[in-house]
Write a protein that binds this ligand. Structure first.
Ligand code: THU
Length: 131
């Protein structure tokens, strides 16, 4: 699975977004070590704080299914589904990644040129907390 192919699945997942409040559609595609991909979208709520990000939707679907080994996640998003630049994971999603992934877990972000930027979890969550 190439980063570009995983990103295509993240772009597809944006189409499932439930985001009537912010208008930001976000998609994620999580690659498990066995090759399975879980897609996720953001799911908003009128009370705001129950909103779930695309990355966590993908992780929670995978965890429920018994997946525990993860290689990479592709993330993209934009207002009204138009990608104008990278849409980096929020701090809460980074910490959820840390719960289930090592520091070498890969995070692919869609850039404004249609390319894919690559980071590790260590890049995006240095000095992270883990028991
Ligand atoms: N959002 C995500 O889906 N992932 C992130 O990592 C950051 C934020 C969503 C939440 C909300 O529905 C919208 O983006 C605007 O904040």
């Amino acid at each position: 699975m190439t980063p570009e192919k995983l990103m295509e699945l993240a772009v597809e997942a944006m189409g499932h977004s439930y985001s009537p409040y912010s208008g930001y559609k976000v998609g994620a595609a999580l690659l498990c070590s066995d090759g399975t991909v879980y897609q996720g979208c953001n799911i908003e709520n009128s009370a705001y704080s129950p909103t779930n990000c695309a990355e966590r939707t993908a992780f929670f679907k995978a965890i429920y299914d018994g997946q525990r080994d993860f290689q990479a996640i592709a993330v993209c998003g934009g207002k009204d589904g138009v990608i104008t630049g990278t849409f980096p994971p929020c701090g809460v999603c980074r910490q959820v990644m840390r719960e289930f992934c090592g520091q070498d877990f890969l995070i692919y972000l869609h850039d404004s040129q249609g390319g894919v930027q690559q980071f590790t979890l260590a890049d995006l969550l240095p000095q992270s907390f883990s028991l």
